[in-house]
Design a protein around this ligand. Structure first.
Ligand code: MN
Length: 392
């Protein structure tokens, strides 16, 4: 009994024994990349919240030295408004943070972002509302002072960053949902699984895709799956819309392609030869100039012409879907087809070039896996992993 009391007493005393001046300092999460070490916590009137600074090393420039500091911000913590007489370079190592120059909107910064802050421009930087933030700051010395501190960032000023971050998050979620539905429609139609396509089309319409966008995915697909699949898909969409209409669901038709593109009621776009237009769009997608033809294009010049004139001019010039939407459609069709690894690799590269993120491509593979099964998706996941490895 006495032993138990003693244990209880010790347990009770334990927290008090751990007390020290830094007790309120938040604990740095193990998952945070503090590769250079967080350094020492600093309590300074120039910061809101606890901040760690590691003064790492100094570049001995002929003119003025450039000290490099590693700053670790817990969520919500940030600098005061300030400016640097010789400017500042920020390299973001991990987490999410905010950066704002006076009179401008807050920028949300993430791992890998870089900021070049011009000399004497008033600004502040710090962590996002619910994320840690690690930055390297390169700040050149200057006779007028390296850092000239100003007033604190108010809660109202900081809240503007939270709103922007939330909006970006919301937009990213919307895009992911859109890609998910496009991928399902494309994969199921490519496989000719019209029974499963019908609820997939219905789910896409429920999620806010317009009838015309769903139709455009099916039109785009004929370049990959041929007219029979494409037309069967379009007929399935017609049936789905009719069925929903009978249930009283009012679907949004959405815009058709603008006048001037192939298949539109308006005048046909004849600015420049179609082959040249298609080639220019393909160059935009791959992010480089194309010289000559591919080996198969030399062997079969007609397919090179059809590809450039028809796929990359006629279809890509139709504006109902974005280039990103068309690439998600294409990648999903290629995965469903199987055995077309070179094309899959090419289109994954294009998707990355035009801003589809690695995360979006990974979740695309997850959608395709649930739609097509593990076996069909395995090769595609390997190709994606290899494509990512090649680009890093
Ligand atoms: Mn600064």
């Amino acid at each position: 009994m006495r032993l138990l009391s003693l244990l209880l007493l010790l347990l009770h005393l334990a927290p008090a024994a751990a007390q020290n001046p830094g007790e309120n300092t938040p604990k740095i999460p193990d998952s945070l990349n503090v590769i250079f070490g967080p350094g020492r916590p600093i309590e300074s009137p120039n910061f809101t919240g606890h901040v760690w600074v590691e003064r790492m090393l100094t570049i001995e420039d002929e003119d003025q030295a450039v000290p490099i500091g590693n700053v670790t911000f817990p969520p919500k913590s940030r600098s005061n408004w300030h400016h640097h007489s010789a400017g500042q370079t920020l390299l973001i190592l991990d987490g999410v943070g905010y950066y704002q120059q006076e009179g401008e909107a807050i920028q949300v910064l993430r791992k890998g972002d870089k900021v070049q802050c011009p000399p004497n421009v008033k600004h502040w930087h710090g962590a996002a509302n619910s994320h840690w933030f690690v930055q390297l700051a390169l700040t050149k010395e200057h006779p007028d002072g390296r850092v000239i501190w100003g007033e604190t960032v108010t809660e109202e000023q900081y809240r503007a960053g939270i709103l922007i971050e939330n909006e970006q998050q919301h937009a990213a979620t919307k895009v992911s949902i859109r890609y998910h539905h496009i991928a399902k429609i494309s994969a199921l139609n490519t496989m000719g699984e019209l029974g499963a396509l019908r609820p997939a089309l219905s789910a896409a319409l429920d999620a806010g895709l317009t009838v015309s966008e769903c139709r455009e995915v099916l039109i785009h697909l004929y370049a990959y799956t041929g007219f029979p699949r494409s037309i069967q898909g379009i007929k399935t969409l017609m049936g789905t819309v009719e069925e929903r209409k009978a249930k009283g669901i009012k679907d949004i038709m959405g815009a058709d392609t603008s006048a001037g593109s192939a298949g539109s009621a308006g005048a046909v776009n004849d600015e420049g030869a179609k082959y040249t237009r298609g080639k220019a769009i393909l160059e935009e997608l791959v992010g480089r100039k194309l010289e000559g033809r591919s080996d198969y294009g030399d062997f079969a010049p007609a397919i090179d012409v059809f590809l450039k004139e028809h796929l990359f001019a006629d279809l890509f010039e139709r504006d109902v879907l974005s280039y990103q939407d068309r690439e998600i459609t294409t990648i999903s069709a290629l995965v469903a087809l199987g055995g077309v690894e070179p094309m899959l690799r090419g289109h994954l590269g294009i998707a990355m070039n035009i801003g589809v993120t690695n995360k979006q491509l990974s979740s695309l593979m997850a959608t395709l896996e649930t739609t097509l099964g593990e076996k069909k998706t395995r090769e595609a996941k390997e190709v994606l992993a290899a494509t990512l490895a090649n680009r890093n």
